[in-house]
Write a protein that binds this ligand. Sequence first.
Ligand code: HSE
Length: 312
Amino acid sequence: MNKSSSVKVSAPATVSNVGCGFDIMGFATGIISDEVILKLTDKKGIIISKISGDGEKLPFDVQKNTCTKSIIAMLKSLKLDIGLDVKISKKIGFGSGLGSSAASAVAGAFALNELLGKPLSKYELLNFAIEGEKIASLATHADNIAPCLFGGFVLIRSYNPIDLIQLKPAENLFCTIIHPQLEIKTSEARKILGNTIPLKIGITQWGNVGALVAGIINKDIELIGRSVQDAVAEPKRAALIPGYYDIKNAALETGAKGCNISGSGPAIFAFSDNEDNAWKIGKAMKKVVDKMKIKNRIYVSRINKNGPKIIE
Ligand code: HSE
């Protein structure tokens, strides 16, 4: 065990799908992070003693909370029966499309690993965090979990067995994010997609996926701009976000190199090649959302190379 009996960890917000990469691509942002404090206690069992910043929406039931669910999965695998007190501080909006449930799940597993003196690698933590997030999205997908845990831009080549590829984006690749303060449940936004896609849609999609990966590794932001397109989820999910295409058009008209739904929304992201433009794009998007009288926030960030951090 670690000398310390308590640890405080933060885990970043992420953008998943990145347009064409439904369930297989995501990146970490530097905009906001969830925080988790884990404390060893004498009494066996896990309790959540505090959740803040969630508007009282998240469950204290440890079997229903993504943070504690990932901790429980990890303890089970390590065959450990210990006492833990968990405090969760939510900074990433619930149902925002910014990987809120994933960040808490990652923070939980990462914090426990620290507390135990790091018996597991990040790769080994991955499945516990995926297990935790499943509670929220009712599906197994790692496109928020993986970038949250590893930082940077991550491609998931395969789920079985899990095979992740970390891509190195250009330093001047900036991301603008607008978060209209509405809530979309990932589980609901997945239901509307169905289970099959026509071959033609597949051809469009995998052309873009390949080109987006090439754009990232070749640091070709124009190619990234052409490839951030989605023929699978965006056409169906756009209807869940009021004024989505107007917001997207405002971003593209202001020079964005691609714009799409972040995860299952309602957050929307846009790329650009410098910070000034990134803010201009944000203001243009904001104007559209303000007009609809929907509360919103804009953020600008480089791709965040870091995963979770130990704060204390
Ligand atoms: N790939 C997932 C989805 C991400 O789009 O449903 C959810 O945040």
